[in-house]
Write a protein that binds this ligand. Structure first.
Ligand code: LLP
Length: 416
């Protein structure tokens, strides 16, 4: 082991495994997932409040690896889904239909029908979708997603509350929601919201909770209210970025829930939908330095981690800390790039990291949320394998690397 593993050592992330050996055995790039960290994060959120009827729905869009979902399911969490595909893998992982919540957005009648037939509760977020749902499941139960007027998030691309977003009913539409519910004899059993992804301060979340609770009082048949995800994690651990103060958030949240229940007169269920908080820190993306070069004043570290493998830096200018698994005592400022044919294929720009040479293994930290789940085959590259480090330190393969056969499986040749 080297001296350049400050963050992963502080978590005992590799739990006795050597990243270089993992790459030797399973190939590069490679997503490495820690079972212990997934379980730890699930438990923290299950205990977020003392209110007894509280449950987190893990948001599978962040990481929908089957083994990952099986671990989350075994911790007693429920799940949310954004597509029939997510419902399918969640059922495969052992979630019961009644533990899955389909938070749909602009979906077809067929997709709604799929969920209804499976016994999964559906949320809709526009009058036109509520009409579609009414036709698909007349007399059925439904949830509606409200936009509480406040948003939060690390990038404009992931803010989903407030103005300028395609999500949720604005509150002025409530009379029309009621009319449409009546028209199709629906029963409004749930209210949900999601204000955006990644906040490190609780204020916007708590404000949205207060608004949604206030508005929800008028609906008399509610079984649950779901406050969405967005709980942030510190991506700048090398700079000692503090964690989201869950204790403070939980205490304030709890007060609001208990106050609501007293006024509403019924102990309904409260949910949240965390994706990133449970998954981000559970994975390190390992890659190999394939080339080192300079262009004028800039030094480039070329790797096999293109943006087909991790999109976040390119898509949102997101920061991921990088470890270099060598014994270098010298740091240098470099730009770390991938192997995709676009100049924007940059993992980290002007970043100070330990001096790296060809053949070194690097680790991109906090890659478990929206990492593999946003991978693609762009440039006809093969998506990487995923390895799980069990609680006892054993490393097991939980997803195979793509093969050429996977790349060409759906091609239909027109050659005679
Ligand atoms: N619920 C709903 C309705 C959502 O749309 C999302 C995320 C979540 C829950 C989970 O949010 P989380 O707890 O993970 O923040 N690809 C972006 C993030 C997109 C978030 C999309 N919706 C990224 O890499 O930062």
């Amino acid at each position: 082991m080297s001296n350049n593993t400050k963050v992963t050592d502080s978590f005992n992330f590799f739990n006795g495994n050597d990243p270089k050996e993992l790459v030797k055995k399973y190939g590069s790039p490679l997503y490495v997932i820690s079972e212990s960290i997934i379980r730890q994060r699930c438990r923290e959120l299950k205990n977020l409040v003392k209110y007894p009827k509280f449950i987190p729905n893990y948001s599978a869009k962040a990481n929908s690896n089957l083994a990952f979902l099986e671990i989350v399911q075994s911790e007693g969490l429920n799940a949310d889904a954004m597509s029939p595909g997510e419902i399918h893998v969640e059922l495969m992982a052992g979630f019961k239909p009644e533990q899955i919540f389909y938070v749909s957005n602009n979906v077809s009648a067929d997709e709604m029908k799929f969920a209804v037939e499976k016994g999964v509760t559906v949320s809709v977020d526009s009058l036109s979708q509520l009409e579609t749902y009414g036709k698909v499941n007349k007399g059925g139960k439904v949830a509606v997603r409200l936009n509480p007027g406040v948003g939060a998030g690390h990038s404009a691309k992931v803010v989903t509350g407030g103005k300028k977003t395609k999500f949720g009913f604005t509150l002025d539409l409530i009379p029309q929601i009621e009319e449409t519910i009546k028209k199709y004899d629906l029963k409004l059993i749930g209210i949900n919201q999601h204000i955006g992804s990644l906040y490190m301060e609780p204020d916007a979340f708590l404000q949205s909770v207060a608004t949604t609770l206030e508005v929800s009082k008028q609906f008399k048949e509610l079984e649950f209210i779901d406050f969405g995800g967005g709980f942030g994690i510190p991506y700048q651990k090398l700079n000692d970025q503090p964690r989201l103060d869950l204790k403070k958030l939980g205490e304030e949240f709890d007060k609001l829930l208990n106050k609501f229940v007293k006024e509403y007169g019924k102990e309904i269920t409260f949910k949240i939908e965390p994706g990133r908080y449970i998954s981000a820190e559970s994975s390190v993306l390992l890659g190999t330095v394939t080339a080192v070069k300079t262009n004028g004043e800039d030094k480039y570290i070329g790797t096999d981690i293109g943006f087909n493998v991790l999109q976040r830096p390119v898509m949102y200018d997101s920061h991921h800390d990088i470890e270099v698994y060598n014994d270098s005592k010298e740091d240098e400022k470099v730009t770390v790039v991938g192997n995709i044919c676009e100049s924007g294929d940059i993992l980290a720009k002007d970043r100070v990291i330990p001096k790296a040479v060809e053949g070194d293994i690097i680790g991109v930290l906090d890659a478990g949320a929206y990492g593999y789940s946003m991978c693609s085959n762009y440039n006809n590259r093969l998506r990487p394998a995923e390895v799980l480090i069990r609680e006892n330190g054993e490393a097991v393969l939980v997803r195979e690397r793509d093969t050429f056969e996977d790349l060409t499986r759906h091609f239909i040749s027109i050659k005679e």
